[in-house]
Design a protein around this ligand. Structure first.
Ligand code: GLC
Length: 479
């Protein structure tokens, strides 16, 4: 199987491994921990932004696209990371934040015409920022600039050929330096209506009920403009055959325009779904077989740095069944650091928002059971959640642990043949054919019978005898 259909492990660099005793993770720390990834058997790592940044949006506000923030190390550290990863057969994906820069990027000062401006007493339209409030901020008396996210993240004007050329250069820079692909941040926000028309107010939800303040609006002009294909073609042109995975916050059925140029796009229906059979089935079907899509075009995730870790949403009891589902879907599966040990929920659940802001799900990785979890010898920048209860070292010792279960799944994924088809099943059961295998997961509240076939892997040991799929159970079978 091509690595492109394998498993991508997402690393949030601040929280993976500290190597210089400042309580913050860094690139050299990632290099030092690559053996964990090879042991797990993943195919690639995706590293969230490590570029120079004032950290208004924790690295997603880039002030220099072609350097490493000193907090994370140096260019030689990056080169060493890539070399070490490639030596182990691991591919390296970077985060390309192309929609906006940091307001402190030199471009904002030296090339104001690369950004989107409006003149007048008021903002030119009703567009809102993804984080709430108007998407326009006043720059000087009657001059406004557009920001789809925080005011510290002004949007680039991709209608300007100089912007396109500058970003192509960024892509070429990292490809030449060894990057095997990119996750394209907020790519559905890149192209907006050149006429800056108001987003209509509408009772029709915009597709994905993502953020409360976006309900009741049809965001048809502030994002996803028809000309997005031109921008994507330019990125593709610079990237060559590097793997391109788009972060597209639209219903999966509406990604066709993106998939004309990109290899994959995230299926947000799954990350937003509760543990409910109807929802889960619809999410999988939309991503794998929805209009304009074919299975391999999907990238799947259950958690990432923006959303709650999935056991909080699904319940601990369903953790293994969810992992089995994720690892048997067609396309690319991404695994967020720490999910392999079930990290994230302290005894009191996820930590409160006011404590950690947007970093709610970005806690340091728990490598062992010591007070600082092997993450750092200094006080970690964000508190650990539950190192004594969940850590890599302890789970490595226990072949029945969640960590070993993920490892087995990742190994099985390599042998799965292509081909995907949803199957009819009990209302509570999600079942699909994947190549020569069948997957059945009970997300309902009543027991069901295991479908025929030999059990290859099950979430609980006694399933093979009883062949009864209790709620929260899942199996991978031969067809
Ligand atoms: C993406 C990132 C998120 C960031 C935003 C703006 O959604 O995942 O963390 O805040 O883009 O760059």
């Amino acid at each position: 199987m091509s690595w492109r259909n394998g498993v991508v492990y997402q690393i949030y660099p601040r929280s993976f491994q500290d190597s210089n005793e400042d309580g913050v993770g860094d690139l050299a720390g990632i290099t030092a921990r690559l053996d964990h990834l090879t042991w797990l058997g993943v195919d690639a790592l995706w590293v969230s932004p490590f570029y120079p940044s004032p950290l208004a949006d924790f690295g997603y506000d880039v002030s220099d696209y072609v350097d490493v923030d000193p907090m994370f190390g140096s260019m030689p550290d990056f080169d060493r990371l890539v070399a070490a990863a490639h030596e182990r057969g691991l591919k390296v994906l970077l985060d390309l934040v192309a929609c906006h820069t940091s307001i402190q990027h030199a471009w904002f000062r030296d090339h104001p015409e690369w950004y989107i401006w409006s003149q007048g007493e008021r903002p030119p339209n009703n567009w809102t920022s993804a984080f709430g409030g108007a998407a326009w901020s006043r720059f000087q008396d009657d001059k406004w600039y557009l920001h789809s996210f925080y005011p510290e993240q002004p949007d680039l004007d991709w209608r300007n050929p100089d912007v396109v050329a500058a970003m192509q250069e960024v892509v070429r820079f990292w490809v030449a330096r060894g990057a095997d692909g990119f996750r394209l941040d907020a790519i559905d926000r890149l192209a907006k209506d050149p006429e800056l028309r108001d987003d209509p107010l509408s009772d029709e939800p915009f597709g994905l009920p993502l953020l409360d303040h976006e309900r009741g609006r049809d965001l048809r002009y502030s994002r996803n403009a028809e000309w997005i294909g031109e921008a994507l073609a330019a990125i593709r042109d610079a990237a060559g055959d590097a793997l391109l995975i788009g972060e597209v916050y639209l219903p999966a059925a509406k990604h066709a325009r993106y998939l004309e140029h990109l290899d994959r796009s995230f299926v947000f229906e799954l990350i937003l779904s509760p543990w409910e059979p109807g929802n889960l089935r619809a999410a999988i079907a939309a991503g794998a077989t929805g209009e304009g899509r074919s299975g391999p075009g999907a990238a799947w995730a259950l958690s990432n740095h923006d959303f709650g870790r999935f056991p909080t949403r699904f319940g601990r009891a369903n953790e293994r069944a969810a992992a089995l589902m994720l690892m048997t879907l067609p396309g690319t599966a991404t695994l967020y650091q720490g999910d392999e040990i079930g990290q994230g929920m302290g005894p009191g659940g996820d930590p409160p928002y006011d404590r950690v802001g947007r970093d709610m799900f970005r806690h340091p990785m728990q490598w062992d059971g010591t007070p600082r979890a092997g993450f750092s010898s200094a006080e970690p920048w964000l508190p650990l959640t539950d190192p004594a209860e969940r850590n890599v070292a302890a789970q490595r010792e226990d072949p029945d642990s969640l960590l070993w279960f993920w490892r087995e799944l990742i190994a099985l994924r390599r042998d799965l043949a292509p081909g995907f088809r949803m199957l009819e099943s009990d209302p509570g059961v999600i079942s699909y054919e994947r190549g020569d295998n069948v997957v059945a997961v009970n997300a309902g509240d009543a027991p069901a019978v295991v479908p025929p076939g030999e059990i290859v892997l099950a979430t609980s040991a006694d399933l093979s005898q009883s062949r009864k799929l209790r709620p929260g159970d899942g199996v991978l079978l031969t067809r």
